[in-house]
Each structure stands twice: as C-alpha cells, then as structure tokens.
Design a protein around this ligand. Structure first.
Ligand code: 5GP
Ligand code: MN
Length: 340
C-alpha cells in the first residue's frame, strides 16, 4: 500500500538520500517535463545529486524550460546515462504517471530498483507499487502536485524563476490554457508562480504560438483530409498513417493538441486520434462532459489516463483499429448521445 507523504517523512527521505532520480512518462508533454524540471530545480538547490530523466525526447517547443538540455533521455544519451542514473538512485520521484509500464524501455530498471519510490500523480487507478505518494485525479497537473509538495515542506519562498517557469509550463499545458480542472486555489498558485518569476506571456508564446509553418499546414491537412464526424454518436475520428508522417516530415510534438480540435465542434463530445507507429497504433482519446475515456480506453485499448483525456494502443493495422472503434460506438451510444 502506498503511504501518504507527510513533512517529517519527506524531510527524512531527502536527508538520507545521496542520489535522487526524477522521471516522467514516455512521449512527455508540457506537464511531464514541467513537473520533472520544477522538482529538479527545487531539489538541486538543496545540494543533493539529482538526475532528471525522460523515457523519450520532448517536443522542441518545450526546450525553453531552463536546463532542459541536461535531462537524461535514452535516445540522446551517449553512455546510457539515463539507465545508469535510474539504476543507481536511492530515491526516485515518479511524476505524471502511475503505472511502471509508462516509461517504455526504462520499465525493467524502474521495477527492479530497490530505491524508495515516491509518486506524485493525477491519473486514475494507480498501480499499487510505489512506497509513498499522492494520487489526486482532481489535481490539474503533476506540476500542481509538485507545488503542493514544496508547500508541504513550507518552502514556497524557495521557488525561483526556474522552478516557477517549469511549473507554470506544466499547469498551462495540462489545463489547456486554464480551461480544465481549474479552481481558485490553482489560480492562486499560478499567481505565486508569476510573482516568483514565471513570465506567463513568454511561456504561453513558447508553448502555443511557436509552430512551424509545416506543423500548422499538417494540422490543416489532418482536419480537412483525416477527420470524419459521426453526428449520430457525437463522435469524431482522426487518423494518421506512417506515410502521412513521412510526407509532412513529422517532428515529435507536431500532433500535440491536435486531438482537441474536433472537441470544439458543438455536436462532438468524443474524439479518437489514431497514429500509426512502428509496432502499434497509438490512440489518443478526448471527451467533454460525462463520457469517461479512461474507462473506454481501459476496457478496449489497454490504456487509461484521465476521465476526459486518455490514451491506449492497438496492436495491428490502422484500419483494424478504426473499425474496432466504429464497431464499439453502438455499445456506448446511450452515454455518448445523452443530454449534458
Ligand atoms: P495523450 O493522448 O495526450 O497521449 O494522453 C492523454 C492522457 O492519457 C495523458 O495524461 C497520458 O499520460 C495518458 N495516457 C496516454 N497513453 C496512455 C496509455 O497507453 N496508458 C495509460 N495508462 N495512460 C495513457
Ligand atoms: Mn499531467
């Protein structure tokens, strides 16, 4: 059973550890990198050796986060530094995921490690394999949970520009620019982050208004050529083949946020975006209202996530995955078309 974090426990854990690793999920988004780097900058100030790790490369537009070039990532390591750091750390912080399989090639090292593992996460249904932690699906982001962690220690005054920038980036990414899971407390936290040095206009500009022309045209292509709306199920389906990715010289992060566009349609409340990968079809699900894409993904695509934002995958062809989703729609029709 995962134990709750208290200030004395955290102080004791930090005091006795020599090397802390911090890791988030594969295909990191703004919250994954923001929460990792926020906690990294906070812990580094204490003088302990800290290694920030990501299982795969982050989108280039998140490279503005201070010292992101120091993050250990297997695909850009020359000497397996990420594996080494994760294997030798005596305290590991697990941020923005709750299932050890979400770290891709690093999962065996993470599972085998005898380090104390502390999870700070906001996804549903955590796997019970962590020593300590917080599982709060009502939290906007893992970055908010890192802020709470700092607050638990009574050290909010330690929040400097680097910490504030990283945490702000995490919060504005996961709330879709302060649209989802926001409340008064979150806005007060954000207020403090701005006072502590986060430049809101700059960060929003970097994350949301720094597209390349190729990426924006790719979005246009996806919406005009690859989206089908099924009004009878209030559903939209989008798909991208490996050929599409090659044609548009796709870069990591180019499809970030794409799945949200069809949700802006008044008659759509469920969206699936299917992406053909090397060994599987990766699927992103989004919904608005009370249709749980976490449940839909868990039940049918070995995935999970949040109530209104989840992911999963299908081993097989793109066409099969599309047909599978279409054939499932009648089963969920009642939930999908119910009045808000
Ligand atoms: P995205 O569609 O943006 O990749 O992911 C949406 C949300 O679902 C994110 O919070 C992400 O961490 C989570 N998620 C994505 N793919 C998976 C998956 O395969 N399994 C689980 N458990 N969660 C996922
Ligand atoms: Mn998150």
């Amino acid at each position: 059973m995962m134990k709750d974090l208290t200030a004395p426990i955290v102080r004791e854990l930090l005091k006795k550890s020599q090397h802390i690793a911090i890791i988030a999920h594969v295909r990191p988004d703004g919250d994954a990198i923001g929460s990792v780097m926020g906690l990294y900058h906070f812990l580094k100030k204490k003088g302990t050796k800290v290694s920030p790790i990501l299982p795969s490369i982050y989108p280039a537009f998140l490279g503005f986060i201070p010292e992101s070039e120091d993050i250990l990532i297997p695909e850009r390591d020359e000497n397996q530094e990420s594996e080494e750091a994760l294997a030798t750390a005596d305290l590991i912080f697990v941020l923005d995921f709750n299932d050890p399989n979400r770290v891709d090639s690093l999962k065996d090292i993470l599972k085998k490690s005898t380090a104390t593992k502390v999870m700070l996460d906001h996804h549903l249904q955590p796997v019970d394999c962590w020593d300590y932690g917080v599982s709060d699906p009502t939290a906007s982001s893992a970055a908010e949970l890192v802020y709470n962690f700092i607050e638990l220690l009574g050290e909010e005054q330690e929040i400097n520009e680097a910490i504030a920038t990283a945490l702000y980036a995490g919060i504005c990414s996961d709330t879709g620019r302060f649209k989802f899971n926001v409340n008064g407390r979150l806005h007060r936290i954000v207020g403090h982050l701005i006072e502590a040095g986060a430049d809101a206009e700059y960060i929003n500009g970097q994350i949301f208004d720094s597209m390349t022309e190729a990426r924006l045209r790719f979005v246009g292509f996806c919406l005009s050529e690859r989206m089908t709306v099924y009004p009878e199920y209030k559903t939209a389906l989008m798909y991208l083949s490996s050929k599409d990715f090659r044609k548009f010289e796709h870069q990591p992060g180019d499809t970030e946020g794409l799945v949200n566009y069809p949700l802006s349609l008044g008659n759509v409340r469920f969206v699936a975006l299917l992406k053909e990968g090397k060994d599987r079809i990766k699927i992103s699900f989004r919904s608005k209202g009370d249709f749980s894409v976490n449940a839909f993904s868990r039940e049918n695509f070995s995935g999970g996530g949040h109530f209104n934002a989840a992911g999963g995958s299908h081993i097989g062809t793109l066409e099969e995955a599309k047909q599978k989703i279409l054939s499932l729609l009648p089963k969920y029709e009642e939930e999908l078309v119910a009045e808000f």
